[in-house]
Design a protein around this ligand. Structure first.
Ligand SMILES: *[C@@H]1O[C@H](CO)[C@@H](O)[C@H](O)[C@H]1NC(C)=O
Ligand SMILES: *[C@@H]1O[C@H](CO)[C@@H](O)[C@H](O)[C@H]1NC(C)=O
Ligand SMILES: *[C@@H]1O[C@H](CO)[C@@H](O)[C@H](O)[C@H]1NC(C)=O
Ligand SMILES: *[C@@H]1O[C@H](CO)[C@@H](O)[C@H](O)[C@H]1NC(C)=O
Ligand SMILES: *[C@@H]1O[C@H](CO)[C@@H](O)[C@H](O)[C@H]1NC(C)=O
Ligand SMILES: *[C@@H]1O[C@H](CO)[C@@H](O)[C@H](O)[C@H]1NC(C)=O
Ligand SMILES: *[C@@H]1O[C@H](CO)[C@@H](O)[C@H](O)[C@H]1NC(C)=O
Length: 607
């Protein structure tokens, strides 16, 4: 054990140099400079340095060294000097056992100090630094405004329990002081309090501060200023103590693994980096505060040397001394065989130990990328379908009708498909007779009735009109301002149509608007009809093409013209559409100039 600590000291001090100053002098082990850091003393205050050789009592023990005939010698190497000199002992600069006292310290005491332990056959020495700080160099405490050269010592007091605080270094001073030192206590917690603190839980007993019952509100920085007399001089120094409350000793102190729980299963994916998080509660045990959380892989601790496994620890919470610490095991490039490994998270403190194996399960590979793509494509398709429907709904409707629509010729005994009603001697007359009639009869194959053409001379106009309308499946009303002026033929036709529609429902009225018409210029019957009936608008040159919206809309409203008798699938409609598209490519006004076609008397064949 001793050799181990020696090696440790060697390591921290940068190696020993064996030297022999003189043939009669023993070789001296030089421990270099102490790893404990510089000692700070405030200018004008009392201070001391302790020989660091004795901070490892298992190696050097002052009492046993004395009895082995060892002597302690002090040297110093002051700032600005290059030769180490023996200390000129004086009332101000004195030594007591392993300590060198400066009562008080002055600014030029700053420098390196060496203590050497020597008997006739063996010798060891170690160096340390002393810094004497000026009063304006030290950071004063926030609220009490006290200059403290040394860092606060830590004191942990269990809640509801008692403890007595000693002012640090006071015991050593008491030995060299000629009278009992006077000590003043201060307490700092968002304000400076000077003793007495006005509660029954904390009481100063001579130089010490006694806590009868620790409360969390008593946490904070405590200061003690010590004043004592030595050889007629008043000397003083200030120390600070950081007091923290911890959980009472009766509270359970065994460490526990909070996460993963016993039945937690980690989902892991092969060929990715996997992170397993373990969280542990590590209660503070006062007599041995060492505690830790760590991972093992197949029983072996994760070390930096193992390149694929690494561990990242982080403190999450310090709850009155009880730490919640997290340790994350990072497994780089997880392999299928890693599933068989034993990954254990363990926690330990002086009171206990717990270990838990992380249960791993290969994640059912949800191909997120493929899934995302699939979803994206589906959405895109839906959007496309929606757009197609929006743009081509008429075409789709026509297609649907051509497949599933019923041919009304089989279900009624009507003679005409279409009865065209229009204002005579108007702009629309030309449109009706040349374009509308022509396309309906010759291209789309409907049987068309136009009163002026198809009525036989001699009959009563009224009776004939009613009879013709009644024998038609659709009444096409070409709306115009002059349409249905009082007492006209057109008004008769319109009334007959609307009555027939209302009566048996076998006739449907369709409005065609050749030119935009003001609502007010229409007769009452038409105005009413316009609201309820389908209205197809002629849009000038745009509507001349057979593939235009006008004709499609109109065909949707007209009876279904389905597959002709041969049932070969080449529907008449299809054939006609081909014909139309040929026509429309042949000439711009294809329909009207289509005079080659011999007018078919379709209606007569149906009759
Ligand atoms: C030093 O040794 C003496 C006896 O040799 C022993 O009583 C004392 O406890 C030791 N001190 C330390 C700090 O180990
Ligand atoms: C240090 O300073 C004091 C005066 O403050 C002086 O008397 C003393 O000689 C100085 N010592 C050294 C080693 O310079
Ligand atoms: C010097 O000290 C060592 C132990 O550190 C001891 O073994 C040795 O006997 C001592 N020598 C003398 C002359 O007392
Ligand atoms: C401590 O001593 C120094 C120097 O003598 C003096 O300036 C300071 O006021 C003293 N502090 C206290 C708290 O007595
Ligand atoms: C006092 O100790 C607590 C933990 O116990 C720490 O959080 C705090 O920063 C310390 N205060 C000072 C001034 O050192
Ligand atoms: C302190 O506790 C740890 C376990 O957390 C143990 O390994 C170590 O030996 C203990 N140290 C002492 C001095 O009891
Ligand atoms: C790992 O933890 C399990 C309990 O979850 C335990 O049975 C096993 O012995 C542990 N393995 C090691 C190597 O500590």
């Amino acid at each position: 054990m001793a050799s181990f600590v020696l090696l440790f000291l060697l390591a921290v001090t940068g190696g020993a140099v064996c030297q022999s100053s003189d043939s009669t002098e023993p070789m001296c082990y030089d421990w270099g400079e102490s790893s404990e850091g510089a000692v700070s003393v405030l200018d004008g205050e009392a201070g001391s340095i302790s020989c660091p050789l004795f901070s490892h009592p298992s190696v050097y023990n002052y009492t046993s060294a004395q009895s082995a005939g060892h002597n302690l010698f002090w040297y110093r190497l002051l700032e600005g000097h290059d030769l180490e000199q023996p200390i000129p002992y004086s009332p101000r600069l004195s030594r007591d056992r392993e300590r060198l006292w400066l009562q008080p310290a002055v600014a030029n005491d700053t420098g390196q100090y060496i203590c050497m332990l020597r008997n006739k056959s063996s010798c060891s020495k170690i160096a340390m630094r002393l810094k004497v700080l000026r009063r304006d160099e030290v950071i004063r405490s926030t609220y009490c405004d006290l200059p403290v050269a040394t860092a606060p010592t830590q004191e942990l007091i269990p809640m509801q329990e008692g403890k007595t605080l000693d002012c640090p270094d006071l015991q050593d001073i008491a030995k060299v002081s000629e009278s009992e030192p006077t000590v003043k206590w201060y307490y700092e917690n968002s304000k400076c309090y000077e003793y007495p603190f006005w509660d029954k839980d904390r009481e100063q007993q001579r130089t010490r501060l006694r806590f009868y019952t620790m409360l969390t509100t008593y946490q904070g920085l405590y200061f003690c200023t010590v004043q004592y007399q030595r050889r007629g001089r008043m000397l003083n120094f200030t120390r600070s103590i950081n007091v923290s409350a911890i959980y009472p000793l009766r509270v359970r102190k065994e460490p526990t693994i909070l996460h993963p729980t016993k039945d937690k299963v980690f989902s892991v994916r092969t060929n990715t980096d996997v992170r397993l998080a373990c969280k542990g509660l590590l209660p503070l045990v006062l007599h041995n505060t060492s505690r830790e959380i760590w991972w093992t892989v197949d029983g072996k601790r994760v070390t930096a040397a193992n390149d694929r496994f690494s561990q990242i620890n982080s403190l999450e919470k310090n709850d009155y001394g009880d730490l919640t610490e997290e340790s994350v095991l990072v497994i780089e490039d997880f392999q299928p065989e890693d599933l068989k490994r034993e990954f254990n998270c363990s926690v330990r403190n002086a009171k206990g130990f717990e270990t838990r194996r992380a249960q791993l399960q290969e994640e059912v590979s949800l191909p997120t990328v493929e899934l995302g793509c699939g979803l994206g494509i589906t959405l895109l398709l839906m959007l496309l379908l929606f757009m197609i429907y929006h743009v081509f709904w008429l075409e789709l409707l026509l297609l649907y009708r051509s497949w599933f629509g019923t041919d009304e010729r089989h279900t009624d005994d009507k003679e005409f498909d279409v009865y065209i009603s229009y204002a005579r001697n108007s702009e629309e007359e030309q449109f009706v007779l040349s374009t509308l009639r022509n396309v309906l009869e010759n291209v789309l194959g409907y049987s068309v009735c136009i009163f002026d053409r198809d009525s036989l001379p001699g009959g009563t106009i009224t009776d004939e009109t009613l009879s013709f309308v009644a024998r038609s499946r659709r009444l096409l009303v070409v709306v115009s301002p002059g349409y249905a002026s009082r007492g006209s033929q057109a008004l008769l036709e319109l009334k007959a149509g609307i009555d027939s529609m209302a009566l048996d429902g076998h006739l449907r009225v369709i409005l065609i608007q050749y030119k935009p018409v003001q609502r007010q210029s229409l007769v009452r019957e038409l105005r009413r009809a316009r609201v309820a009936l389908a209205l197809v608008r002629w849009q000038g040159d745009k509507s001349k093409e057979l593939t235009s919206r006008f004709w499609k809309r109109l065909r949707v409203e007209l009876p279904v013209r389905k597959v002709s008798g041969d049932g070969k699938g080449s529907s008449r409609e299809g054939a006609l559409l081909r014909l139309i598209s040929q026509n429309s490519t042949n000439s711009q006004t294809g329909l009207i100039s289509n005079e080659k076609k011999t007018p078919q008397k379709v209606f007569s064949s149906a009759a």
